[in-house]
Design a binder for this molecule. Structure first.
Ligand code: UDP
Length: 248
């Protein structure tokens, strides 16, 4: 692999690391002063960032940005700076829980429908006994409740905050509160709490391995089809952008 550490996908710089490298980076961030943000873009998020400057700036400010979607990995190949592998947000979260549990660290879960974060917390505590789940809050709150939620997170003393509000809501929430939050790491994790709570299932390993998790989700959750229409837009934009850059 060439020495370039990040590959720019339509303006979003994505770290060129695999799962092992991402976890090593998380360890470093845990021991770094201030809040570090982890974002996990897929092609749909990149397309929405192209149309939404605020979201683009937020993704660009991430301290660790890994490719949640296989589309982003393919795009990196088109640019000639291949990403080593897909680092799915859910898998990174589980890898982090394992590592944090081994180190006796603490987490807070914010997001999901009422009851989901608690259920996920129970399952996480059982599966990773060393881990301290310091608190939870559901994700259907009003703007006026935010100061109280931030206070609840801060007074819990949790080191890592997982935010599951869907995208781009979770990234915007992390960004707008990053100066007030006293956690070391905040990460946007989409629908991960639903899976950890046992309310939703991921695609079987076979589909994930061959890069077709998106196809499995399309067939099993057809209401996502409209959102997935951004995939062809993404491919066309990447091809045009790589040609334009090649000509410079
Ligand atoms: N969610 C939430 N508050 C909201 C909107 C969504 O807590 O105002 C939660 C929702 O319950 C679900 C997650 O955010 O658990 C979004 O899941 P999805 O799979 O749609 O995530 P995405 O694919 O957008 O990252």
């Amino acid at each position: 692999m060439d020495a370039i550490k990040k590959v720019d996908i339509l303006g979003v710089p994505v770290d060129r690391i695999d799962m092992e490298g991402a976890l090593a980076r998380v360890k470093e961030l845990l021991d770094t002063e201030g809040l570090s943000a982890i974002y996990t873009p897929n092609s749909e998020m990149v397309v929405s960032a192209v149309k939404d400057k605020e979201f683009m700036d937020i993704l660009r400010s991430g301290d660790l940005v890994v490719p949640d979607g296989i589309g982003v990995v393919y795009a990196s190949r088109i640019y000639g700076h291949p990403l080593p592998e897909r680092v799915a947000g859910f898998d990174l979260m589980v890898g982090m829980l394992e590592m944090l549990g081994r180190e006796g660290r603490s987490i807070y879960l914010l997001g999901g429908k009422p009851g989901i974060a608690e259920k996920a917390a129970d399952n996480i505590s059982r599966r990773f006994p060393g881990l301290k789940v310091k608190g939870t809050w559901h994700g259907y709150f009003k703007e006026g409740e935010v100061p109280g939620i931030v206070e609840h997170i801060n007074s819990s003393g949790a080191e890592v905050l997982f935010v599951a509000l869907g995208s781009p809501k979770q990234e915007k929430w992390i960004h707008s509160n990053r100066d007030r939050l006293r956690v070391r790491i905040a990460m946007g994790v989409g629908g991960s709490f639903d899976v950890l709570a046992g309310e939703a299932v991921r695609a079987p390993a076979f589909f994930r391995k061959i890069g077709l998790e998106w196809f499995y989700r399309l067939v099993t959750q057809p209401w996502r089809a409209a959102r997935m229409l951004s995939l062809p837009v993404f491919v066309i934009k990447v091809l045009a952008d790589s040609r334009r850059r090649g000509k410079k």
